[in-house]
Design a protein around this ligand. Structure first.
Ligand code: HEC
Length: 161
């Protein structure tokens, strides 16, 4: 009988711990909105990637540039890594607009950014140039769905719901 009571008590405890508040995790701060992250983290990070390799043709002729020093390459790596990790920030509670499409779009951005990071580690300017386009597409794919005048378009779930 004692064992039986113990089992019932354990079951009740288990039920309580499942149905109640989720276990407290680290005190993540999510006060910075998606818009603030975009303007102050993702956009400048992407510029480090997009501006790293390029060609300009003007009256003085053709000017090509690519990262040269270790310091230059570190800037590209910084941009790529910041983008890859910002996907995690965008998937956090309060920022994620839904739990499927939004998550997949962020994963696609993180994958593209990690390829760019590897290309920067390999110091491959052509690949950085090509992957810049791939990364841009992942930004654009999300913006077409979620950054539109009609704020509800593409949202499976209301923010915070
Ligand atoms: C998973 C979705 C998603 C991805 C990926 C994404 N964005 Fe955004 N972005 C948004 C949303 C949503 C907004 C509109 C924010 C709002 O107004 O609440 C936005 C807005 C912006 C803005 C305007 C910010 C402002 O001033 O309000 C910039 C700039 C921007 N994104 C840049 C980028 C760049 C660069 C990338 C890729 C490297 C990117 N975004 C990837 C969802 C995304």
């Amino acid at each position: 009988m004692r064992t039986r009571i113990a089992i019932v008590a354990a079951a009740a405890l288990f039920a309580a711990s499942c149905g109640g508040e989720p276990p407290a995790g680290p005190p993540f701060r999510t006060d910075n909105t998606v818009s603030v992250l975009m303007a102050n983290m993702l956009d400048p990070a992407a510029d480090l990637l997009w501006d790293a390799v390029g060609t300009v043709i003007d009256e003085t002729g053709e000017t090509y540039w690519e990262p040269e020093t270790e310091e230059d390459w570190l800037q590209v790596k910084l941009g790529a890594m910041a983008l890859a990790e910002s996907a995690n920030l965008l998937m956090m509670e309060n920022r994620a607009r839904d739990q499927d499409q939004w998550i997949r779009l962020n994963e696609a951005m993180a994958d593209a950014a990690m390829l760019a990071f590897e290309a920067a580690e390999a110091e491959d300017p052509q690949r950085i140039f090509d992957l810049g386009e791939v990364v841009y597409e992942t930004c654009n794919n999300c913006h077409t769905l979620y950054w539109v005048d009609d704020l509800d378009r593409g949202r499976a779930v209301e923010p915070g719901a």
